[in-house]
Design a protein. Sequence first.
Length: 165
Amino acid sequence: MTDCTIKGVGASDAIYDGSDFKIAIVHARWNEQVIKALLDGTISSLCGFKVKRENIFIESVPGSYELPYITHLMADSHKYDAVISIGVLIKGSTMHFEYIADAVSQGLMQSQIATKTPVIFGVLTCLTEEQALQRAGLTPDGHNHGEDWGAAAVEMAAKRHLYLQ
Ligand code: RBF
């Protein structure tokens, strides 16, 4: 059974050119198989928008809870046109999932507002392992959300340049 077809990002308002952009990716290492697929999808999407491979800077952290700290340092360095933060949270039997998901989503939003560097929310918050595999394009009916994150990073980087004084 596929997800409802009305979901997902709509068509872009323009074709964005990432050939002058530097993009940072920070990824967690928990749920490694899914992370790897999302990372691959993100990188190939960035390259599809002409971001040069040498202008994609990748850092890893142990788990999603560590994402906001390194993301913030990278965003605050102003060396990058956007930072993509990737993690995979899968709900377990305790409250960890809720606390981490809440802290990370708030931390990443605060970081992009404070630094004026776009931060892309590449964090899956899945109720089951199956959902995580689907959202990384690892099932026959799946879709790799990394592709959307790469596109979002290039669009937001372009809009940052357009509006930032
Ligand atoms: N990190 C993730 O990125 N995804 C997870 O699904 C995840 N689940 C966790 C579940 C428990 C019970 C604990 C203790 C940690 C989990 N973490 C997970 C790691 C967390 O993000 C962080 O790396 C550690 O808590 C160290 O700060």
